[in-house]
Design a protein around this ligand. Structure first.
Ligand SMILES: [Zn+2]
Ligand SMILES: [Zn+2]
Length: 169
């Protein structure tokens, strides 16, 4: 669980990167520089970023260093890799991506549902796991003889900070 209030992101970035390295080592896949660069951008913020946000930011950094520009396809490839290994999540309602912040090792337990609380004002996303919601979804799916994928729920609203700002205004 992450806090919605402002905090030092250097800790988040280091944790997300070391978790990702551990996952890749365990699966025998490579966290290439490009994949790592994409992940670093996602881990630096709890506001989900689109593929173009990531592309623009990386190309800005590369331009400053005099390096060749990246094409969108390389960002999509890196995102696909990170999604496939459970290192990041896609926020469907925003067509954006966020680093997985819930579990200490990036593994979601089977039978749990993932819930994202999405703030309409500041854009932040907070990730939670729920066994009881996962169980409820399984019961409903069973009745319909439906085989669900790992369920993800996106709930929009206002975070604590934005509620305070609104009541102060
Ligand atoms: Zn997650
Ligand atoms: Zn907010």
């Amino acid at each position: 669980m992450i806090e919605l209030s402002a905090h030092d992101h250097s800790f988040c970035i280091e944790r997300v990167l070391s978790d990702a390295k551990a996952i890749c080592a365990e699966k025998g896949v490579r966290l290439t520089d490009q994949r790592q660069a994409v992940l670093r951008i996602l881990a630096a913020s709890h506001v989900p970023a689109s593929a173009y946000d990531i592309l623009n930011q990386l190309n800005k950094e590369r331009k400053e260093k005099g390096e060749a520009m990246l094409a969108p396809v390389s960002i999509y490839r890196a995102l696909d890799f990170l999604l496939q290994h459970g290192i990041i999540h896609r926020i469907e309602s925003r067509n954006a991506y966020v680093a997985c912040n819930e579990s200490p090792n990036g593994h979601h337990s089977h039978g749990e549902a993932t819930i994202f609380l999405l703030c309409d004002q500041c854009g932040r996303a907070a990730e939670f796991q729920s066994e009881s919601l996962g169980g409820l979804i399984e019961t409903i799916a069973d009745k319909a003889r439906f085989s669900p994928n790992a369920p993800v729920m996106e709930i929009r609203g206002l975070c604590e900070e934005c509620q305070k700002l609104q009541s102060d205004a």
